[in-house]
Design a protein around this ligand. Sequence first.
Ligand SMILES: Nc1ncnc2c1ncn2[C@@H]1O[C@H](COP(=O)(O)OP(=O)(O)O)[C@@H](O)[C@H]1O
Ligand SMILES: [Mg+2]
Length: 463
Amino acid sequence: MRKAILQKFILVLLAALCINSVIFYFASSRIILKNTREDMSYTLRVLDSILDYEGDIPGQMGKLKGFLDSGSSRLTLINENGSVAADSDAEAALLDNHLGRKEVQEALNQGSGYTMRHSETLGKTMLYVACRSGHAPMVLRLAVPYSGMRDFLPMLFPAEAVSFLIAMACSLVVTRRFVSSVTKPLRDISKEMLKVKGDYGELKVERSRYPEIDIIAETTMKMSQNVKEYLNRIEKEKQIRQEFFSNASHELKTPITSIHGYAELLESGMVQDEAMKQDFVKRIKKEAENMTGLINDILMISRLEAKDAEVVLSDVRISVLLEEILDSLKPLAASSQVFVHSDCQPLCIKANLQQMKELLSNLISNAIKYNRPGGQVWINVRETDKAMTIKVKDNGVGIPEDSLEHIFERFYRVDKGRSRKQGGTGLGLSIVKHIVQFYHGSIDVTSELDKGTEFFVKIPIRQ
Ligand SMILES: Nc1ncnc2c1ncn2[C@@H]1O[C@H](COP(=O)(O)OP(=O)(O)O)[C@@H](O)[C@H]1O
Ligand SMILES: [Mg+2]
């Protein structure tokens, strides 16, 4: 990184120096040309006032030649018709008409003019400045060899080189400092990350003076926090799954042990009484039914938990479904001597039939099971605020307050013996809660021990 930054720095430096030099060259050239022109115009004006146009002009020109300089400058006097009246370097009569020259034209039209031309005879670039005389109908023209900035270049190159070297040395120092100020926080972040062995929430990175690097630090910290949360969640899910498996196998073991016991008794021939034999067979059947119920509930839970599993939605006529469920629960209600009252609006919602059946039958069967002879169950289903509300109320045994927060947990039962006797698995309400969550609904429960329980479910109706 240091090398790359330094390379870029030097490139930018060189480019800046080049651009700067070019701009300086052109700006200085203009200034030098302007100054030279002004000096020459001034000289011409002085010469114009010195010259005696009535007298011997070629003679005066000879004298002036010495005054002008070492001989590189040339003074020409041109008549208004373009013919040369006198010249400091050549015989006037031999020179051709100067009317077509740009500087002469400008002087005749505007009072003064200039041009720059390469002279073949001298092999030099000449600057010509012309001026209309204030004393005679003539134009005075002065020519000097002109090289502009080129003369100064040998002087400028060393200065450029020195400034480049100084800038390079400064940039080396500055770049080194800058690079280490940028890489240090990054190194710190990686050092901190390496330090983290297990607890990703521990990662703490100090603020640097660059907000861009702080973003990296913050993102890294946020990421490690997310990793921590994710790992925690996985750990929790693992625990829940382990608990579930051990509970499930334990629950399955109980009926199997019973079945095994009864079967062994029957096999041993110890039981002679026919009525007793029949009773054992009945018990075996009951335990097998319990096992089937448990396996069905386990399958239902795992289906609900498989988030990617496809759930087929169709139009479910809730009142018809409720009738069916109540019909199937009639024997249970009769044997428990519980009266069921239902009040259902003719609702039709988009849902999964099996899930709706599970939800209603679990709540209603609980209300019947955890009740007393002569007890009652009230069911109320209606549509309010684009949601289906289900109320299942009973005046049964109720739920102790400290159990209320646990009843939706898997395998939780207030009275294990009673639940088992009724064929309960402890998974019913957990299934109900899963289903309610699937539809983004809510479930609430209020209960008073020995007085009764009320479950209230709200499920938004999909259009
Ligand atoms: N209406 C109710 N009245 C009293 N207790 C209830 C009622 N509904 C549920 N419970 C209690 O909550 C426990 C969990 O219910 P659930 O998950 O359906 O399991 P179970 O298979 O035992 O019915 C039950 O064992 C019972 O103790
Ligand atoms: Mg139940």
